[in-house]
Design a protein around this ligand. Structure first.
Ligand SMILES: NC(=O)c1ccc[n+]([C@@H]2O[C@H](COP(=O)([O-])OP(=O)(O)OC[C@H]3O[C@@H](n4cnc5c(N)ncnc54)[C@H](OP(=O)(O)O)[C@@H]3O)[C@@H](O)[C@H]2O)c1
Length: 249
């Protein structure tokens, strides 16, 4: 069976994707910043390795331990809802270091193996937020839109070597830890102009009555990208993301 390496498997989409690939018999290297053995049931086809995508030594150690990889899923990431004028430089840098440069570093670590072998697939999990000019998530959107652009070129650059590249664009998912993990970066709730906008944004993000994305939608989209050689470059994941992509085109 082929082997997939997935980043950011401690929760949410990465965890659901790791579970789905384990259940369907693939060899799975589930990576986490702080490895946990209590989130995934033990299985012969599952290995859990430590990996922080912002740390070059962590990447090279994990890739060396992982051995042969057929599919890389760049899923690790975080968000921040902050007005542009208030975003801390540290937060802006952190978004690009994890979401953009972390994904690039993983690519650079695995592409030589894929290119020499003339096979493999890269699946970058970005966001349907790149499809719409939403307020408050500007730098997050920019960090993910950069990965969209990078993946488009990557697909063309790697095509002669038999390596595929895909973008999975999840919609809004209040059921992962994404919202909670974004909270420490929030700024502007004490600002009279921005407070209502931020409160409205948080309320609509947490609203689970309308169409939204389930972790299983993302896992299935990643599965399609990994297993279907004719999968499209861009795959929306979740009912809301499918709708946004249709509107965007
Ligand atoms: N939920 C949404 O609404 C939504 C929508 C569109 C796209 N996305 C994207 O989907 C991906 C997964 O998000 P999620 O919703 O599943 O959120 P999540 O539950 O917060 O999961 C994010 C994962 O990324 C990991 N991570 C963060 N920084 C990392 C780093 N430097 N190195 C390695 N791992 C790191 C986290 O690990 P720790 O536990 O160590 O923090 C966690 O495992 C992200 O790229 C996110 O931007 C999410």
């Amino acid at each position: 069976m082929p082997t997939v390496l997935i980043t950011g498997c401690s929760s949410g989409f990465g965890l659901a994707t790791a579970k789905l690939f384990v259940d369907r018999g693939w060899q799975v290297v589930a990576t986490m910043r702080q490895p946990r053995t209590d989130v995934l049931p033990a299985a012969d086809n599952l290995r859990i390795l430590p990996l922080d995508v912002t740390q070059p030594a962590s990447i090279s150690t994990a890739v060396a331990q992982a051995g042969d990889i057929d599919v890389l899923v760049n899923n690790a990431g975080f968000g921040a809802a902050v007005p542009i004028e208030l975003i801390e430089p540290e937060t802006a840098r952190g978004l690009f270091e994890t979401n953009t440069l972390g994904a690039l570093a993983m690519l650079q670590a695995l592409l030589p193996m894929f290119r020499k072998r003339r096979s493999g697939a890269i699946i970058n999990v970005t966001s349907s937020a790149t499809l719409k000019p939403l307020p408050l998530v500007s730098v997050y959107r920019a960090s993910k839109a950069a990965v969209d652009a990078l993946t488009e070129s990557l697909a063309v650059e790697m095509e002669p070597f038999g390596v595929r590249a895909h973008i999975v664009l999840p919609g809004r998912s209040p059921e992962t830890s994404f919202g909670d993990n974004a909270m420490p970066h929030l700024r502007g709730l004490d600002h009279p102009d921005y407070k209502p906008m931020i409160e409205g944004f948080i309320a609509s993000f947490r609203d689970d009555s309308g169409p939204f994305t389930h972790a299983s939608d993302v896992a299935e989209a990643v599965w399609q990208a990994a297993t279907d050689p004719h999968a499209p470059l861009r795959i929306p994941a979740g009912q809301d993301a499918v709708q946004w992509m249709a509107e965007a085109s």
